[in-house]
Design a protein around this ligand. Structure first.
Ligand code: 5RP
Length: 219
């Protein structure tokens, strides 16, 4: 199966976690696009969706799915999103699509995080994928220096302006042995909006697309 087919498979499998008449949280990316398409085709009537990006909002609206503001809900049963990397404890690197801050905000509203990913995303330890960090533009150079002091190399993502009018640094060369400690530390640096390590908001479940079908990992 191709990677695209695996994404379609897990996008469809995620429908199992959608309760009719509920409001759900919806992430961002090519895997989530498959989920949105599957949801629209499924005929499952939901009360609405809170979106993590303008990209997902546009796709859902075009398919007739009601999109609600995060401020309109107090909580969500489930948040469904992809990942750039996920480890065996459900910690993730996210933000390849530059939507990490809104993704963390919507994940924070949800009781459970269902990660949908093809098997290439499962790793023993986080850090091969460059860690995206959303920064206030004025802070980018200083945040990059802080990463350099940790042994990382931070590169400004060319031409990228986030939905929050901020910039993205992609950081390579990091050893992320303790994802929660790393996330907590980096989030404290002035000018960091969000670091793309999701440890506090790790996945509850991962639906992993494999050649043998969808494997469910529970954390
Ligand atoms: C966007 C994300 C995505 O979930 C992540 O990049 C995975 O994307 P894809 O499903 O296209 O592989 O974090 O900010």
């Amino acid at each position: 199966m191709t990677q695209d087919e695996l994404k379609t498979l897990v996008g469809q499998a995620a429908l199992h976690y959608v309760q009719p008449d509920s409001i759900i949280g919806v992430g961002t990316g090519s895997t989530v696009d498959k989920f949105i398409d599957a949801l629209a085709a499924s005929g499952i009537a939901i009360a609405g969706a809170v979106s993590s990006s303008l990209r997902s909002t546009e796709r859902m609206k075009a398919l007739g799915i009601l999109v609600l503001e995060a401020s309109e809900v107090e909580s969500l049963g489930v948040y469904i999103d992809g990942a750039d990397e996920i480890d065996h404890a459900g910690h993730m690197i996210k933000g390849g699509g530059a939507a990490l801050t809104r993704e963390k905000i919507v994940a924070d509203l949800a009781d459970s995080f269902v990660c949908i990913a093809d098997e290439s995303k499962l790793v023993e330890a986080l850090g091969k994928f460059p860690v995206p960090v959303e920064v206030i533009p004025m802070a980018a150079a200083q945040v990059a220096r802080r990463f350099a002091a940790m042994g990382g190399v931070a590169t400004l993502r060319p031409g990228c302006v986030t939905d929050n009018s901020c910039h993205i640094l992609d950081v390579t060369g990091l050893q992320i042995a303790e994802p929660l400690a790393f996330e907590t530390e980096v989030n404290q640096w002035p000018g960091v909006v969000t670091v793309g390590v999701f440890a506090r908001h790790r996945a509850s479940v991962c639906l992993l697309g494999t050649a043998a079908g969808v494997k469910t990992l529970s954390f």
